[in-house]
Design a binder for this molecule. Structure first.
Ligand code: ADP
Ligand code: MG
Length: 331
């Protein structure tokens, strides 16, 4: 379920139906809301424009068709099955962008984590946002070592002249879970702008895009507290995206140890950098998404260094285990 909660959600939430909210009693200040289960999460759209939700859902459905690992006909499924793909320009560009994040995060963001996600049992069920306990297992070290041999985005070959994507080794598998929601938000916003819509809030299971503002004031976003019910802070945003990666949404606890679904691709283990949650605010949702995942792997010190050196316009907020211990929170 969403980690970022929209403050006024409680005002009205009619699933599957139009909900018209009058915030100030003024006829012209109406917000249209709708939500739909897509990409394994509820996509919630709020806008003064009644057409906005339909445009967003249509665009996200289109991208899901390209990237879904659960749809055997998607380009990503074909690539994973056959090790080679004559890609559409769009899929080619997404993989190229993902490879750039691999380089700019020193390998912390890596879409080739597929084989590691599998051996740890972190592979999602079709249509679901959660895992089953049965699937999770701590693999043998030998399994991790051999999976690591086929992990590394530098082992994805991109042929610019004919848009062919190839795996260097058999057994490689890409998993776009760390970037797909961000990419779809950016594209949905592009479609909204093409339709002259300049005000919309999209919440894709904790990753949010705030297009324009809400009747002249920034959109307000509440950040969920990592270990307690309720909100730990508010953000006021306009024309920005915010993504949070945390260990509290999808994880296993085994032998008193918390295993997050974000994998450290360098070691082959679930990330354990001491970070509980990373919130990233960026102009592009894809950047926010990829960096949140990467910083969760890198930890606070490395993460802050990376952003300072390579992404100076990006803002981050990191909560560490030790912050929570000091505040007396429990796991
Ligand atoms: P969420 O999907 O909960 O919003 P993230 O954006 O942090 O969380 O993405 C986590 C997903 O990214 C995992 O479920 C997996 O599909 C993929 N993933 C896991 N580890 C990595 C990694 N090191 N680099 C890129 N993607 C990853
Ligand atoms: Mg991410």
């Amino acid at each position: 379920m969403p980690r970022l909660t929209v403050n006024f959600l409680s005002l009205s939430m009619v699933y599957g139906l139009w909900a018209i909210v009058s915030l100030s009693g003024c006829q012209s200040q109406r917000l249209y809301k709708d939500n739909r289960l897509m990409m394994g999460t509820y996509i919630e759209v709020t806008s003064p424009y009644s057409q906005a939700p339909g445009i967003v859902f249509e665009e996200i459905a289109r991208i899901e068709g390209l990237l879904s690992r659960f749809d055997p006909a998607s380009e990503i499924s074909i690539l994973n099955r056959t090790g080679s793909l004559k890609a559409s320009l769009e899929t080619f560009e997404i993989i190229k962008k993902a490879k750039e994040f691999y380089r700019s995060t020193d390998g912390a963001f890596d879409i080739t984590v597929g084989p590691l996600m599998k051996i740890w049992g972190f592979t999602l069920h079709q249509g679901g946002a959660g895992f089953t306990d049965k699937q999770f297992r701590v693999p043998e070290q030998s399994q991790i070592t051999s999976a690591l041999e086929v992990v590394g985005s530098d082992k994805i070959i991109l042929q610019e002249m004919d848009f062919v994507v190839k795996f260097e080794f058999p057994g490689m598998e890409v998993d776009l879970g760390g970037i797909a929601k961000g990419y779809s938000l950016d594209q949905a916003v592009r479609r909204l702008k093409e339709n002259h819509i300049d005000s919309c809030l999209i919440n894709a299971g904790g990753q949010v895009f705030c297009l324009g503002d809400k009747f002249g004031r920034p959109w307000q976003i509440g950040i969920r507290d990592p270990r307690r019910k309720g909100l730990s802070g508010d953000l006021e945003l306009s024309d920005k995206s915010v993504a949070t990666s945390g260990d509290y949404e999808q994880y296993y606890i085994a032998d008193n140890q918390r295993y997050s679904h974000i994998i450290d691709p360098r070691r082959g283990y679930p990330a354990s950098s001491g970070v509980v949650s990373v919130t990233v605010i960026a102009e592009e949702a894809m950047t926010a998404d990829a960096l949140a995942t990467a910083i969760f792997v890198l930890g606070k010190k490395e993460g802050e260094r990376l952003v300072g050196e390579r992404f100076p316009s990006v803002e981050i907020k990191i909560i560490e285990e030790k912050d929570i211990a000091i505040r007396g929170y429990t796991r």
